[in-house]
Design a protein around this ligand. Structure first.
Ligand SMILES: Nc1ncnc2c1ncn2[C@@H]1O[C@H](COP(=O)(O)OP(=O)(O)OP(=O)(O)O)[C@@H](O)[C@H]1O
Ligand SMILES: [Mg+2]
Length: 225
């Protein structure tokens, strides 16, 4: 199998005032195309930091992040943004939906950002809304949706452009069992049908159990993978 994503000795410190606070101490990880990976570990160990780095949302202090042969740490900001738009779908720990847009509007905006204005025929959008059981909610704004439905819209938005890599930060963290199952089934189905590579942070052993691999972190390091 091809490697789709690799980090080499990845380090990240956050600066607070004049103090450097190291959070990741050298993460070397290789992920193959089509893997469905769970990242687990105690609160504060650096999971979200790692995911934001992988998604090009943060810059590393040192080390490499290679996506499909391109090193995110070596390219310009504009190129990094471009790689992110073409290849990555991100589901945040908080939903980050646009409150004034409907569920459908949030998806259309993501399509617009992806295509650079050309819009989309909407075939994939309708399929994704159907898969996530949101057909009858597409004209609702976020505040008119339950937490579980909002998370499903956030997930729909992340996958609507069919990214090669989906990064999800605790996508079932705030969901009840029923909604968690819908979301996990969606991930499994995408992974199986389209061979999408999925990297998902979770605290939930049941969610990790549907993954093909578990990466365990502690204190800014990978301790098992
Ligand atoms: N923007 C920031 N500025 C300064 N410190 C930060 C920032 N973001 C995170 N940190 C610190 O980095 C450490 C790791 O945070 P991170 O969010 O990566 O943890 P996590 O493993 O995702 O935890 P959780 O399971 O609670 O979400 C924490 O100690 C946190 O306080
Ligand atoms: Mg986190």
């Amino acid at each position: 199998m091809d490697t789709i994503l690799q980090t080499i000795d990845l380090r990240k410190s956050y600066k607070i005032g004049k103090i450097e606070n190291p959070v990741l101490h050298g993460i070397s990880l290789e992920i193959k195309k089509g893997e469905f990976v769970a990242i687990m570990g105690p609160s504060g160990c650096g999971k979200s930091t790692l995911l934001h780095l992988l998604g090009g949302l943060l810059s590393p202090t040192s080390g490499n992040i290679i996506i499909d042969g391109e090193d995110l740490a070596r390219v310009s900001d504009a190129q990094r943004t471009d790689i992110r738009r073409r290849k990555i779908g991100f589901v945040f720990q908080r939903f980050n939906l646009f409150p004034t847009l409907t569920a459908e509007g949030n998806l259309k905006l993501a399509e617009k950002i992806h295509t650079g204005n050309g819009g989309s025929d909407g075939v994939n959008r309708r399929e994704v809304l159907r898969l996530l059981k949101l057909d009858d909610k597409m004209h609702h704004k976020p505040l008119e949706l339950s937490g579980g439905e909002q998370q499903r819209v956030a997930l729909a938005r992340a996958v609507v452009n069919n990214p090669a890599i989906i990064l999800a930060d605790e996508p079932t963290g705030n969901l009840d069992t029923e909604n968690s199952e819908i979301v996990l089934n969606m991930f499994s189905e995408l992974n199986r049908k389209f061979n999408q590579t999925i990297i998902m942070i979770t605290h939930n052993p049941e969610a990790a159990a549907v993954c093909s691999r578990i990466v365990r972190m502690r204190d800014g390091l990978v301790v098992d993978n």
